[in-house]
Design a protein around this ligand. Structure first.
Ligand SMILES: Nc1ncnc2c1ncn2[C@@H]1O[C@H](COP(=O)(O)OP(=O)(O)O)[C@@H](O)[C@H]1O
Ligand SMILES: [Mg+2]
Length: 268
């Protein structure tokens, strides 16, 4: 279980650009829970992921994972607990390496006793083929091709596979379909849901798409001004459509919402 307790983060303190990006944010995510997060630009959504992943130290508060305090743990030590996807499909894979090499790197990193000279075996390659076939993009026949040749959607699917090859304790998706064409975006969303459900991974997904926010997972946060201003689950969430969520967003985020109205309207 992930427990975030009153974490705060101010960027560039004491300067004219000082920005309180997180303001005493608290929540617990239960094992297997799938949370969607919406909020205006600059609400602190990506900063929340950065704080959990340890990309920078938080100013105050605590982050607990399965009862262990990881607040001060360096990012490279935490990375084995977390999977993270970004909007940019180019961010999660090495373009000059082949599909097989990308998968091998992740596989061997997590394998006990593996060294820089370790090689994957025939069984591993077979497993890669199976996993790639499940993506439904024909990548199982392209193991020897450089990842740089893939489309954005194919690359994001591969990134998703890499991030979940060893199921992480928490998968953080930061608008990971926002840069894709609508068809690819919907394929990646379906894949995301099936991979997360099948492996029981705990997942938090930031999205600008209100439909995605209500349709996916079992709980939704609205963020504004560095805080979680609404936490919707259970019966309330089951009865919630885009119209209700938009109305709640409008009421609770006030001015922030007005600034983002156009952006959101495009995706309704
Ligand atoms: N590394 C940084 N340095 C300075 N300001 C930052 C940094 N990262 C984020 N911010 C600021 O913190 C606020 C929250 O940013 P962010 O978490 O990226 O918002 P969101 O993902 O909700 O759009 C914004 O005002 C942003 O400009
Ligand atoms: Mg962001």
């Amino acid at each position: 279980m992930l427990e975030v307790r009153k974490i705060s983060k101010t960027f560039l303190p004491g300067t004219v650009n000082e920005k309180k990006a997180l303001d005493r944010v608290s929540f617990s995510a239960h094992d297997g829970e799938f949370i969607t997060v919406i909020g205006s630009n600059g609400a602190g959504k990506s900063t929340l992921f950065g704080a959990i992943a340890g990309s920078f130290p938080v100013d105050s508060g605590k982050i607990m994972l399965d009862g262990d305090d990881i607040t001060r743990m360096p990012e490279y030590n935490r990375s084995r607990f977390f999977g993270r996807l970004f909007q940019d499909p180019m961010a999660g894979t090495a373009p000059g390496l082949t599909i097989e090499e990308n998968l091998s790197l992740v596989l061997l990193q997590g394998r006990k006793g593996a060294s820089a000279f370790s090689r994957i075996g025939r069984g591993d390659r077979e497993m890669f083929r199976e996993k790639l076939a499940e993506l439904g993009m024909g990548l199982e026949d392209r193991l020897k091709q450089p990842v740089g040749l893939l489309s954005g959607g194919q690359r994001q699917a591969l990134t998703l596979l890499l991030a979940t090859l060893y199921p992480p304790k928490l998968l953080m998706l930061d608008e990971h379909t926002a840069a894709l064409d609508p068809e690819s975006a919907s394929r990646i969303m379906k894949l995301t849901e099936s991979i997360v459900r099948d492996s029981g991974i705990t997942c938090i997904m930031i999205t600008h798409n209100m439909q995605q926010a209500v349709d996916t997972g079992d709980r939704t946060f609205i963020m504004s001004g560095g805080r979680i201003i609404a936490d919707i689950s259970g019966e309330e969430r089951r009865n919630m459509g885009v119209a209700e969520l938009t109305e709640l967003f409008r009421r609770s985020a006030g001015g922030d919402y007005a600034n983002d109205r156009m952006l959101l309207a495009e995706e309704l």
